[in-house]
Design a protein around this ligand. Structure first.
Ligand SMILES: [Zn+2]
Length: 145
């Protein structure tokens, strides 16, 4: 941004590090790492297993290494996609995204995907992906599975 628009200050707007390349902004910035850590912790609680978010998983979206149920891997894929969206929304902000924002996006996506799965006549698939999320957050799905 600074190279294209000299008026934009160089460096990370969050931690003020001079090294503000793409990887720093989306992954290694200490404030962004804290955000990823919270997402990782919440996913581990929901899925009741250890989840280690790596750049390969979180940035590239390669969930295969996680193993486990396919529905869980899809949930982690959506979770990291929405986390990246939240990071992008606050790209130039001094503040990192919040877990609350991320949860709101996850809830909204769960409800939209529920409609899609129901319309396709396969609500069980929705439950396999989102069931643990709904249960953890005390939400009620209209999918009976
Ligand atoms: Zn930074």
């Amino acid at each position: 941004m600074h190279r294209m628009f000299p008026a934009v200050k160089p460096g990370c707007p969050k931690c003020t590090s001079a090294n503000a390349d793409f990887l720093h902004m989306i992954w290694s910035c200490p404030l962004i790492q804290r955000f990823w850590g919270k997402i990782e912790n919440e996913l581990a609680q929901i899925l009741e297993r250890e989840i280690t978010l790596t750049p390969r998983l979180a940035i590239l979206g390669i969930t295969f290494d996680l193993g486990g149920a396919r529905g869980d891997r899809i949930l982690v894929g959506v979770a990291t996609l929405l986390a990246k969206r939240d990071i992008a929304k606050r790209w130039m902000s001094p503040l990192p995204p919040t877990v609350k924002e991320w949860r709101t996006g996850m809830d909204w996506t769960a409800k939209m995907e529920e409609r899609v799965y129901v319309a396709r006549g396969c609500p069980k698939k929705h439950t396999r992906v989102w069931g643990k999320w709904w249960e953890f957050h005390g939400l009620v799905s209209t999918c009976t599975g």
